[in-house]
Write a protein that binds this ligand. Structure first.
Ligand code: KIV
Ligand code: ZN
Length: 389
């Protein structure tokens, strides 16, 4: 294992792109790959080369143009897949082949109609085959989240012996609780004799909304790579969100971990991915949602205006977001109203604001958000009444 750096393996262009409607062409994929390189990710999973000629071409172009990070291609535990991935990655400065197979009893029976011993053998053979092409081979044990720990440990030991340098422990169905996922990683750390020869990777899905929590539990237990996507895109409910894990690791210095992510690029790349994939970001999404730095309740606004840190643990500029917003709704208070009037150039004292607040509430109760134009109207009406009196 490798000290305290957590490697960020971005799979926006593979697991993220599998989402219906998110498909990208080669030009779009290459553009995003160059932005991911600038963001500071360590590995870009560029695609699944055997899946289509278009994806082969995308992986090939990314391998040719992205020079400073590892470029990875996904395969099944099938020789032909591995041959094609190696071909697509031919010009990469640092090529990685990501190969693997389902290891839970359910996958072994329902998908492969096979046995644990046969699957273990296939796992070993695919890693050995991939090692003919590159010394950077990652093995995934699909559905590791529901795989018996004892058997998983045997598979992981065998694939490391066969040459895997990263071992991916996917919670493919997003089933695990953070404590269970953390215990699974700890089990591997403590029961796989050659585990020090490989990096353990977390690949968590979000079916129960636990992908980020599980990935963090994984690195606390000893994993040193997180597989994640911009905006948490990915199959079904998505994958671990890159921006969330990067900021958790940055905020929680107590974890003693770090990544090389350039945080100020998180919001710009989130918008670019959302626009390119035509997949809107939910407003309340952590770090990159449009409400992530908006304050609308009176109690919060009052505290925020006295000291932003009362209600913000991250400054928006740190993650490249627009400045914090004071949004006026019927739940807002006088401090926020006075602040917004001041920003619009109106100077009112406390007594004025008390009167104006009643007028403001009438408007606020009739609409979702009070806009600058509503405030200007209220203020001018108040001023003209005062002038007549
Ligand atoms: O979720 C999963 O198990 C995967 C593997 C192919 C790594 O995406
Ligand atoms: Zn996945």
């Amino acid at each position: 294992m490798t000290g305290n750096k957590v490697f960020i393996f971005d799979t926006t262009l593979r697991d993220g792109e599998q989402v219906p409607g998110c498909k990208l062409n080669t030009k779009e994929k290459l553009k995003l790959a160059l932005k991911l390189e600038a963001l500071g990710v360590d590995i870009i999973e560029a695609g699944f080369p055997i899946s289509s000629p278009g994806d082969f071409e995308s992986v090939n172009q990314i391998a040719r143009h992205v020079k400073n990070v590892t470029v990875c291609g996904l395969t099944r535990a099938v020789q032909k897949d591995i041959d094609v991935a190696a071909q697509a990655l031919k010009y990469a400065v640092r090529p990685r082949i990501h190969t693997g197979i389902g290891t839970s009893d359910l996958h072994i029976k329902a998908k492969f109609n096979s046995t644990r011993e046969e699957i273990l053998e296939r796992a070993v053979q695919c890693v050995k085959w991939a090692r003919h092409y590159t010394d950077d081979v990652e093995f995934y044990a699909e559905d590791a989240g529901r795989t018996d720990n004892d058997y998983l440990a045997r598979v992981i030991e065998a694939v490391i012996k066969a040459g895997a340098t990263t071992v991916n422990i996917p919670d493919t169905t997003g089933y695990c609780l953070p404590s269970q996922y953390g215990e699974k990683i700890a089990y591997l750390v403590n029961n796989v004799p050659n585990i020090d020869k490989a990096v353990i990777s977390c690949h968590c899905h979000n079916d129960l909304g636990l992908a980020t929590a599980n990935s963090i539990a994984g690195v606390i237990a000893g994993a040193r790579q997180i597989e994640c996507t911009i905006n948490g895109l990915g199959e079904r409910a998505g994958n671990t969100s890159l921006e969330e894990v990067a900021m958790i690791i940055r905020q929680h210095k107590d974890l003693g971990l770090y990544t090389t992510i350039q945080a100020e690029q998180l919001n710009p790349i989130s918008r670019l991915v959302s626009d390119t994939m035509r997949m809107p970001v939910q407003p309340n999404k952590a770090i990159v949602g449009s409400n992530a730095f908006s304050h609308s309740s009176g109690i919060h606004q009052d505290g925020f205006l006295k000291n932003a840190q009362t209600y913000e643990i991250i400054a928006p500029e740190e993650v490249g977001a627009d400045s914090s917003k004071i949004v006026l709704t019927a739940r807002s208070g006088r401090s926020a109203l006075a602040y917004r009037f001041q920003k619009l150039g109106f100077q009112f004292d406390r007594n004025d604001v008390d009167v104006l607040y009643d007028e403001f509430l009438k408007v606020a109760d009739s609409k979702k958000e009070v806009e600058d134009s509503d405030l200007a109207f209220i203020a001018k009406q108040y001023q003209s009444k005062a002038a007549v009196a």
